[in-house]
Ligand binder design. Structure first.
Ligand code: AMP
Length: 407
């Protein structure tokens, strides 16, 4: 019998996605490619913290409520829940911990084993990802303290987009200023765009290298990407995840002069403008709701503000589909993913409506099917495929982490 040089035949990977007040975790066995457990700790630091742990294989979710003071306690609580299922993090089966890290700048185009130097570089990127990288760093430090002997791997949200050509990545601003402050389009949700574009090629039964895809990742955050032969050539998020599509609470594209105007004329501070555009804009700013289910319910009742919000959301999507069709030249598939993209049939229908000239159409019956599987929703004779491909960022992070430590 052969054993692996580095992992000794074991194959569990813990994936951590650490936010400022939450930690999402999943334990996967990458030999069997199965999920063993998933969990979420939210409202860390508050009296109303909550942990929900779901064992795989039909086990009932378990919940803990009450204050969880910090990320260290959150991870310890998660470890206890895993241990109760016989999946303790002290097990020799666990071969690595994979961390979602939002901003990897230009340095990190691949998953990377975390050393002191790597951690220092992630810290240097805090000014361009002030909301995300600090939480990711806290998650890494906490996991390192728990299992200092294990490889910890960073999988960057920006990595998939580092293949963008310079003419797509650069903003048309003074080059010296841009370079001095590392201002350029980095793009985010890269793990999802990578996974979904690859799965789309599989769905079409064609090699990744032959397929051009527009991926629409529509969750609470939303981004589009143009992927040519497996390489990202354009994406809608920029220096930060604020640019591009209309999102749950973020404005997406606006004239940058709106910010000067808000400061000079409305007297708002930079921090207030930051909060306005990141937290109080998008769907929530337009109609008071950011959940597409609620917005659709209101649209169906004839609510005007919700209808306008929906129309603005769809209009922006169409603009990006058109723009990315031009960037790619030939499009083989337009793919919907994430919470809205996977579940909201009316969004898919409306975004594709009227795009027959691009070879795009949606079959109403196929679009109405609810399924967790990748599927086509375009008519059988369509020139361009329209598909729904559920994203799985954790599986992708675990896969990349395992591949790195296993070789
Ligand atoms: P995500 O960020 O990918 O988890 O997506 C979260 C968003 O997905 C929510 O804010 C909802 O707007 C949307 N969503 C989830 N389920 C549905 C559904 N059944 N119908 C419409 N939208 C949904």
């Amino acid at each position: 019998m052969t054993t692996d040089r580095t992992t000794g035949g074991a194959g569990r990977v813990l994936v951590l996605n650490s936010g400022s007040s939450s930690v999402k975790y999943q334990l996967l066995d990458m030999r069997e490619r199965v999920r063993l457990a998933t969990g979420l700790v939210e409202r860390i630091g508050e009296e109303t913290s909550r942990l929900v742990h779901t064992p795989s294989g039909g086990g009932e979710p378990r919940e803990r409520t009450g204050r969880i003071a910090d990320h260290e306690q959150a991870l310890k609580a998660a470890a206890e829940e895993l241990a109760a299922d016989g999946l303790g993090l002290d097990s020799p089966e666990l071969v690595a911990i994979g961390h979602r890290v939002v901003h990897g700048g230009l340095k990190f185009s691949e998953p990377t084993v975390i050393t002191d130097e790597v951690l220092a570089e992630i810290e240097r990127l805090v000014p361009v990802a002030p909301l995300h990288n600090p939480a990711n760093i806290t998650g890494i430090r906490t996991a390192q303290a728990l299992r200092p002997d294990l490889p910890q791997v960073a999988v960057f949200d920006t990595a998939f987009h580092t293949t963008m050509p310079e003419h797509a990545a650069r903003y048309a601003i003074d080059v010296e200023t841009a370079d001095a402050h590392r201002i350029r389009r980095y793009g985010f949700h890269g793990t999802s765009h990578a996974y979904v574009s690859r799965r789309t090629a599989e769905l079409l039964g064609r090699p990744v290298a032959d397929v051009n895809v527009i991926v629409l990742h529509l969750g609470n955050g939303a981004s589009a990407s143009a992927v040519a032969g497996g390489r990202c050539v354009e994406t809608s998020m920029g220096l930060t995840p604020l640019e591009g599509l209309v999102m749950g609470t973020r404005s997406g594209d606006i004239d940058p002069a709106v910010t000067f105007h808000l400061k000079r004329v409305a007297g708002m501070s930079v921090d207030e403008i930051d909060v306005l555009l990141n937290k109080k804009s998008g769907l929530v700013g337009l109609c008071g709701d950011n959940d597409m289910r609620e917005i659709r319910r209101r649209v169906d009742e004839g609510d005007e503000r919700a209808t306008l919000a929906f129309d603005i959301y769809i209009h922006r999507l169409k603009k990006y589909i058109g723009a990315y069709s031009a960037v790619l030249g030939r499009v083989d598939a337009v793919v919907f993913t994430a919470g809205v993209g996977e579940n909201a049939a009316p969004v898919r229908e409306a975004a594709i409506a009227g795009l027959e000239g691009f070879g795009l159409a949606v079959d109403a019956d196929l679009n109405a099917v609810r399924s967790g599987e990748p599927r086509l929703i375009s008519p059988v004779d369509a020139r361009v495929a329209v598909a729904v491909v559920p994203t799985d960022e954790e599986l992708e992070i675990a896969g990349q982490t395992f591949a790195l430590v296993h070789n």
